[in-house]
Design a protein around this ligand. Structure first.
Ligand code: NAD
Length: 319
């Protein structure tokens, strides 16, 4: 297959590149290296099936050709991470929405309609009191309850764009709502909780828990995420679908801190940092975020290979 990955030098994108090159597919990556790094792709630099272009998805002049070449496109290029999202809100909207529109327009312009996999997010569910988040939930409820920031709005817009191009122009779209994804190559500097805890624990520095730590999350290893994505894309074929992609094991941030300390054999104490201090502005954290995986499982039979303990152990070994 011919695979185009936008944002392929990033955390999740680089694992997708690994998966498809290992399978013998040809992979073309476009990335502006704003948060992604070439080192994530170092293993493939000499692979004749691999091609890399450093470019901004908003202005890349080879986009049309690359899209025409592709059988499947994973659109991951986006401005992500709490700190960047708070510091550069207009850039988030510009990159995330216009980037998706430009890509879909290019897919529409060609005679061959590639399959487009759009990286959406659990952020579309907003502040939400449901114990488990299902794809068929009415998003206008989460929108009324208050999405957290432009990032969430940008992902809702990307989903709407994907569905619109699918309905109007027959471009098959897989909309994957990623829940918290963790694993090797995730950069900690923008506040990603697991790499930050691991780095602190390995150095026996205080583990900084933002807020009370009773908020819960469900963490999925990126190496599982990309297998699930590929399985969904295969299953969807020329159809359009929306599915949660994540892990439904739930853990509080405080329990996560304790687990990392235990796995690292660390002497780190736990320090609570008020949310305002951590993010530099008033901030209401999401209380709970757990995906329903019924749709993913029924469509693909997907099973996770990586437990949270295994992911943490791998991160400790790399640190
Ligand atoms: P990442 O920052 O590692 O990946 C994003 C990549 O996009 C980076 O390599 C970056 O350099 C690139 N990029 C940004 N702007 C670009 C532009 N204008 N042109 C070209 N490339 C550009 O983050 P990630 O965690 O791998 O996220 C990948 C996708 O998954 C994103 O769309 C993100 O919104 C989504 N997502 C991630 C998570 C998660 O937990 N990591 C959760 C929900 C959704």
């Amino acid at each position: 297959m011919h695979i185009l990955v936008t944002g392929g030098a990033g955390f999740i994108g680089s694992h997708l590149v690994d998966l498809h090159l290992q399978r013998g597919d040809q992979v073309h990556v476009v990335d502006d290296l704003s948060t992604g790094v070439r080192a994530n792709l170092a293993a493939h630099e000499d692979d004749p099936n691999f091609r890399f272009d450093e470019a901004d998805i908003l202005t890349w002049d080879r986009l049309d050709r690359a899209v025409c070449w592709a059988d499947r496109i994973y659109h991951l290029a986006a401005v992500v991470g709490v700190y960047r999202v708070l510091a550069e809100p207009t850039k988030v909207l510009a990159t995330n929405i216009a980037g998706c529109e430009r890509l879909l327009r290019a897919a529409h312009a060609g005679s061959w309609k590639p399959q487009v996999v759009i990286a959406s997010s659990s952020e579309v569910y907003g502040h939400n009191d449901e114990d488990i988040l299902r794809e068929d939930q009415d998003l206008s409820v989460s929108t009324r309850a208050g999405t957290r920031w432009g990032y969430s709005v940008s992902k809702i817009a990307d989903e709407a764009l994907g569905l619109s191009y699918a309905q109007r122009f027959g471009i098959p779209a897989v909309i994957a709502r990623f829940f918290n994804t963790v694993g090797p190559r995730q950069v900690g500097r923008y506040g990603m909780v697991v790499p930050r805890f691991v780095a602190q624990a390995v150095r026996n520095e205080p583990i900084t828990v933002f807020g009370g730590g009773l908020q819960t999350r469900s963490f999925c290893d990126a190496r599982d995420t990309v297998v699930a994505l590929d399985a969904l894309a295969q299953r969807a074929d020329r159809n359009t679908l929306i599915a949660n992609v994540g892990n439904d094991r739930e853990i509080s941030i405080l329990e996560l801190a304790q687990l990392v300390i235990e796995r690292a054999g660390s002497r780190s104490p736990i320090h609570h940092v008020p949310l305002r201090e951590a993010y530099g502005e008033d901030f209401e954290d999401i209380r709970r975020r757990r995906p329903s995986l019924a749709r993913l499982r029924s469509l693909t039979g997907f099973e996770h290979k990586y437990t949270l303990e295994r992911t943490i152990d791998d991160l400790i070994a790399i640190e």
